[in-house]
Design a protein around this ligand. Sequence first.
Ligand code: MEV
Length: 425
Amino acid sequence: MKFYQMSVAERRSLLQQEYNVSSEEIFALSGVSGLSEEAADRMIENNIGLYSLPMGIARNFIINGKSVAIPMVIEESSVVAAASNGARIAQTGGGFTAEADTPYMIGQLQILGLTDLEQAEEKIRSEKNTLLSLAGESCPNLLKRGGGPVDIEVRKIQESQAGPMLILHLIMDVRDVMGANLIDTALEAIASEAEKITGGTVRLRILSNLADKRLARASCSVPINALSFKDYSGNEVLKRILEAAAFAEADPYRAVTHNKGIMNGIDAVLLATGNDWRAVEAGAHSWAARDGQIRPLSHWKKDPASGNLIGNIELPMAVGIVGGATKVHPGAAAAIKLIGAQSAQEFAGIVAAVGLAQNLAALKALSTEGIQRGHMSLHAKQMAAAAGAQGALADKIAAQMVRENRISASYAAELAAREKETSHA
Ligand code: MEV
């Protein structure tokens, strides 16, 4: 039986057999032993309770030669199925290769009140080591783990609404955490020394979400045969995917939607693992617009040698596998354990691969039969469930609505009532 055909309980137990997760972790993934009210109350202010979303598992992911279960938390139907579908297609070419840069986070100090930016820049450069060791004192545990401040860069803004300003970038290797707290603490620790050195006034001390020293990349090479689908030959699908990709390269209106689809997959994994998805969203879209026009985060081409469809993705990925919500949220901690990444760097590559799989599935569907068919069959299931049908009966009603191309709440209710009558007859 296929994973999607199993009951929820069967899926959970298969997952436990297939991957290195305990029954407690499976329980946490199920939501039953997820975030406690006490923990939630410590997490945010004015807490009044919890909010649930579905947790699904995207299947078929082979990343750097390893099978990876991808936990996804999302409210939108079709996303988990599409990710699994994209991963299944990529699997025929060996899956995804993925990697990420050393987790260098950027923090910014805004220095105001300077008359000579060049001179201030020079002074910062000559006192770079003083500033770096001061920053290091703020994070002894990070230093023990092999991370810490690594560099200082200076950027000059000659003209702004607030006059000239010097921007000091502190670069820190944050190892396995997202790093916001580490970098903000270090910036605050060096602020008064930076004032002393430059004679200026430090105002903002905050990380940059344009984490472009922390890029994650994934790629796949899909044999043409793996692309054939219904009446479409592999060659035809490849051509159509390239046309769709060209549309996104050339048109910002399309590029935004193309990237939104990629973020469907990425955000879902980030939510499941308790990561700051807003930070990654902000970084992704600004990275996509770095040449002044929003461009697709992924690129597709035909490999002239093999004829395969080659996909690549690259985007900033400020993510962690320890700290933050993972400390207090058992579901997020279990999701990270299930993925099995040994470092934030490895995890970043995996997340990028999910984005690429999501995009492959979307482009294939959009350029052939359209996405409504898949969407509508899931939608039909939701309608059947809302009409009170459960399990196999819900599937039967949904299938009939799809077959007749008549998907509505009222028809679902009518079919459910008919079924009830028949079973009582
Ligand atoms: C829907 O949530 C995502 C898509 O619009 C992405 C895309 O158009 O590439 C299907």
